[in-house]
Design a protein around this ligand. Sequence first.
Ligand SMILES: O=C(O)C(=O)C[C@]1(C(=O)O)C=C[C@@H](O)C=C1
Length: 302
Amino acid sequence: MSRIAYFGPQGTFTEQAARVLAGGGELIPVETVRLAMTAVRKGEADAACVPIENSVEGVVPATLDALSESTPLVAVAEAILPIHFSVLTRRGGGDIKTVASHPHALAQVREWLEANLPDAHPVASSSTSAAAVGVLEGQFDAAVCAPVAVEHYDLDVLATEVADVGDAATRFLLVRPPGELPEPTGADRTSVVAAAVNRTGTLAELLTALADRGINLTRLDARPTRNNFGEYRFFIDFEGHLAEPRILDALTALRRHCRNLRFLGSHPRADGTRTTIEPGFGNDDFVDAAVWADAVRKGDLA
Ligand SMILES: O=C(O)C(=O)C[C@]1(C(=O)O)C=C[C@@H](O)C=C1
């Protein structure tokens, strides 16, 4: 049975995503996103489940940073969960002077807090469930949590269905050491992180390499390399699978333009959106063109 480290403790949204992705594996709660990946890198877990992006608050920087550093890990599956929160308080109530949660969660309930708990100070915790633990231990008065948290922590429910944006969603990844890739499905996502050379036009070159092959981007983010002020790594997600000739061709082009390119995986998309293929950019077009060029090279054609 495989061991899946997840960003915990128990009751986080990430635990729910891990249940979707684990396929019956053993779930191991870990305190931070980074430590979940460290557990895989040290061989203490076979895979890690981590949040990557939220439709309201954007990417989870800790996940991007941990993916781009240390031993490579690749995403082999993803899950998208709808996100709305419950606000939990200590049994017996009392004044609510502090309300804690993961910064991504606080950012998704800002308006609700202003309207409903205007005197409470928001406090960042390492995860939504860590906030619930903090309320139990008397550090905070309220926690903004995943609805399932109340099943794990003996707290009162002050409010449910809390969300400033009604149809918010978070995407989670299952990452593991490089190995066999999941089979292509026609509705796949490929991810890379590129450290481009710091000169005029390099980001444009990377994007052009993808556009020239008719590849549709699904996300583009920049994170500082942390070494030189003003130097960035670009995280690029795009439609398609490395097993496709057009994607392989694009990846080799990206490699030529980068100081450092890390492949972060090809896997089926949780939303099932099929890859956009513009006329002339299909895999058959790439294969036919390569066969033609090879024949020309061998002198069989002109
Ligand atoms: O703290 C949790 O429950 C998490 O799983 C983390 C996380 C995030 O990082 O965005 C996941 C989903 C929600 O958007 C809020 C918090």
